[in-house]
Design a protein around this ligand. Structure first.
Ligand code: SUG
Length: 440
């Protein structure tokens, strides 16, 4: 089994629209000009760095934006250009909602269970319905098509449809999922959530909780996990109210290691006790208290939204955003993780500021998928990272992406045309086939 980090390529309409209440970075950068080309190149540099550590790396494509399909479904008619002009005239906000490049945060694309953990021995994938936020909910259908195209071999892969839409089964994908494992013990899946659809639990007061307990339970069933190996911890309501809209803002785990803030989960001591019982003495957790790392610093600097990567020789490295190096409490915490008795032996700080300014750190930008050699061999799309793929993607970005996007540029019908041209080219580079509606 080898883990591949499937990073989302940042789309050509990357912009700051202030669309996510409860996501403080999105709220505070809304309305600023964005730099799509720089954003996409920062993402590619991260992939190059992770691949350079000897870790499996792959890519997932962006989605067509503005979403003409959504605008047409809402009654705008005519040519593509007319649809955009009419929608802009009706509501600039609707155009913002349908233009986000938010599919770049592929941690939210799906939840995945590796074949080692499922009853039928296949890798299970469920695209997230992202029901809680309209601009993200419109990702689900295309994500489903893309995953079906890449994981097409039904002998190895089960690609489920997204959970039913609506608020009851609101699902945010792997941003709330952590798989932990120790030698000699079955892996444990943490499927976290922030609110109950019909389970009566106290939730946050200020900001929305996105994922429901009922959605997490459905994922465990669909993926045929052994229920003795699944825990459903609740995200701490105070953490959500401080800006931790997803679990991965305050916790990250890999293999035998979990690092978390004390406001990540309700009753974290109880959770860690259960994990010790299930995973044995090799399990190692490091908790940051509020005194050590104020939750505001954790939310601003995203030390937990790091990638914790197992290196080929078995040690672990953390890939953190540069904001964590610049924030003393966050940096001291990560340095403690390395200094203490933990499997982590290095921290690397990378610049993904364009994504960070919308609330997406290194961990948001990737979906972890562990594949056996046979499963890897069953994937024919050209999505696995190589230096040659890097070069062709970087050239593709330079050819197709604008340097700057200002809020009013979203009204330019030419932007949609440019995006379609770029994505059409990309599906050929990645050998994906026709996955987008405009290609049908
Ligand atoms: O869903 N931001 C994303 C950030 C997702 C981060 N993902 C994880 N934590 N795994 C969100 O809130 C902002 C878009 C805007 O405001 O323009 C946005 O959608």
């Amino acid at each position: 089994m080898r883990e591949y980090n499937f990073d989302g390529l940042v789309g050509p309409t990357h912009n700051f629209a202030g669309l996510s209440p409860g996501n403080l970075a999105s709220q505070s950068h809304g309305g600023e000009p964005s730099h799509p080309r720089e954003a996409a190149l920062q993402g590619l540099e991260k992939m190059r760095f992770v691949a350079g550590l000897g870790v499996g790396q792959a890519v997932l494509p962006p989605q067509p934006r503005p979403s003409l399909r959504t605008l047409r479904a809402l009654g705008f008619t005519g040519s593509d250009e007319e649809v955009i002009t009419r929608a802009a005239r009706e509501s600039e906000h609707l155009l913002r909602l349908t233009s986000s490049a938010s599919a770049m945060w592929t941690a939210n694309a799906a939840t995945i269970a590796p074949s080692s953990d499922t009853a039928d021995g296949r890798l299970h994938l469920t695209p997230a319905n992202l029901s809680q936020m309209f601009h993200r909910a419109i990702e689900a259908d295309t994500t489903h098509s893309v995953l079906r195209a890449i994981f097409s071999d039904a002998r190895h892969f089960a690609v489920h449809p997204p959970l039913p839409p609506g608020s009851h089964f609101a699902d945010e994908g792997a941003a709330n999922h952590t798989r932990l494992s120790t030698p000699g013990h079955a892996a444990v899946h943490l499927l976290a959530w922030g609110r109950g659809a019909w389970h009566d639990v106290a939730g946050p007061k200020r900001f929305p909780a996105r994922q429901t307990l009922e959605a997490s339970q459905a994922l465990a069933r669909l993926h045929q996990l052994d229920m003795r190996q699944v825990l459903f911890p609740q995200q701490h309501p105070d953490g959500i109210d401080a800006g931790a809209f997803h679990t991965d803002v305050l916790a990250v785990g890999n293999g035998a290691f979990l690092m978390l803030h004390e406001l990540a989960f309700v009753d974290h001591p109880g959770l860690l006790q259960m994990l010790r019982e299930k995973l044995g003495p090799d399990f190692r957790a490091i908790v940051a208290t509020t005194a050590e790392l104020p939750v505001q610093d954790a939310v601003r600097a995203y030390p937990f939204n790091s990638q914790v990567l197992t290196l080929p020789e078995g040690r672990m490295a953390i890939v953190a955003p540069v904001e964590s190096r610049e924030t003393p409490a966050a940096r001291r915490f990560l340095e403690r993780v390395v200094a203490e008795d933990s499997p982590v032996t290095a921290v690397h700080y990378l610049d993904v500021r364009q994504s960070m300014n919308n609330g997406g750190g290194p961990a948001c930008l990737r979906q972890r998928i562990s594949l056996t050699d046979a499963e890897r061999g069953a994937i024919t799309a050209d999505v696995f990272y190589t230096p040659a793929l890097h070069d062709s993607l970087a050239a593709w970005v330079r050819r197709n992406y604008r340097e700057v996007l200002r809020p009013r540029d979203l009204q330019d019908p030419q932007l949609a045309r440019e995006t379609m041209t770029a994505l059409d080219e990309l599906t050929r580079i990645l050998k994906l086939g026709s996955v987008y509606d405009f290609q049908q």
